[in-house]
Design a protein. Structure first.
Length: 363
């Protein structure tokens, strides 16, 4: 307790003088010193300002009851001042700033002279456009979603096939195959461009031409690992193809998933022919993916060695931490030497759990 009191005393003696020395006081030459007090005739000190007039507040605003005697802010409009008060507001005409006059309301602008009967302004007639039955409207509804990586690692080409390194030729081939499914050939540079959505093989049959190489089709595509795009089985889909196609034609292409769109059109197929429809369907853009050939892989490796920042997102299966990759947990049994083995609930007894991983490539 003595030690505590000593510390408090030491703190007080150290801090109080500092606070006292930090205070400031007006100089003797400050014009605000020794101003005359008063309610309506108080002394005034001003700099770069000139008092033009003084007008007492109205009697209804001149009271010491609460804060009703206190003015607040001012608003200006043309030659009027709106003086706010906690009891209301006053309007002053300051056309002559030296002689402000209170007014009930600002003078209203003179009404516009009515136009002669023959000069009456006619409102433009609204154009009524007939709805085009052939019109097709396609609007985005939900953008494509790519898997979000939860782990990042780096594949160093310099460590390729080194002891204890995961950078093996087989792993490079596997990652390049995934890379090819997530990138497009950049026609401008000849390099690689990351696709904004998932790419998948899609087989289709054209149902209706929507114009500008856009088609409503029945399509089939597989579900992709780690991707929110579900499998399509004979599902309506909107396709943007590279070239025209005939209704009823069947085909197969690599489609870049751009998300879900809302398409409004007049159906031209049975049993809905002639009906105006609005459908929300997945949309694909025909594209040219990166070739998985040995030559394309060599070009990929050369781009990395030249410093290109390339990466790929894959779903890796890593050791389950709760069970240490064993697939089971141990439970001690009373009176027995051997523990009971319980299948790990986190990995369903496999010892592995999926983890979305981004692999960055470096020389």
């Amino acid at each position: 307790m003595r030690v505590m009191r000593g510390l408090i005393l030491l703190f007080a003696t150290a801090v109080v003088p500092t606070l006292a020395s930090a205070q400031t006081y007006p100089s003797k030459s400050d014009p605000r010193n020794n101003l005359k007090p008063g309610r309506l005739d108080a002394g005034v000190a001003a700099s770069n300002m000139k008092l033009l007039s003084f007008t007492p507040r109205p009697a209804q605003f001149d009271t010491a009851r609460g804060l009703t005697f206190v003015n607040s802010d001012l608003a200006f409009g043309t030659h009027y001042v709106y003086q706010a008060n906690f009891a209301g507001f006053s309007i002053w005409d300051i056309a002559d700033p030296a002689k402000p006059a209170m007014t009930e309301k600002p003078a209203e602008a003179a009404p516009a002279k009515p136009a002669a009967e023959g000069e009456m302004k006619k409102e433009p007639e609204k154009e009524t456009k007939e709805e085009d039955p052939e019109a097709v409207t396609i609007t985005p509804f939900r953008a494509a979603r790519l898997p979000t990586a939860k782990e990042t690692r780096t594949f160093h080409l310099a460590k390729l096939n080194k002891p204890l390194a995961f950078e093996t030729t087989r792993e490079l081939q596997r990652l390049f195959a995934a890379f090819a499914s997530q990138h497009l050939v950049d026609a401008a540079t000849g390099g690689f461009s990351k696709a904004p959505g998932s790419m998948t093989a899609i087989s289709f049959t054209i149902v209706q031409d929507l114009g500008e190489n856009r088609f409503l089709a029945k399509g089939n595509w597989p579900a992709l690992n780690g991707d929110p795009l579900l499998e399509g089985k004979d599902s309506f889909v909107v396709l943007l193809l590279d070239k025209p196609a005939e209704v009823g034609a069947a085909g197969r292409c690599t489609g870049l998933h751009v998300g879900m769109v809302a398409v409004s059109f007049t159906a031209k197929f049975a049993p809905l022919e002639g009906k105006k429809l609005t459908l929300r369907r997945e949309a694909f853009l025909q594209c040219t993916p990166v070739d998985e050939s040995a030559g394309a892989m060599q070009k990929f490796v050369e781009a990395i060695q030249k410093g290109a920042e390339l990466s790929v997102v894959t779903t890796e299966r890593i050791a389950c931490k709760p069970c240490g990759g064993l697939g089971f947990t141990r439970e001690a049994q009373k009176g027995k030497i051997e523990d009971k083995r319980n299948a790990c609930k986190d990995c369903d007894g496999t010892g592995k759990i999926p983890l979305v991983t981004e692999t960055k490539f470096a020389p």
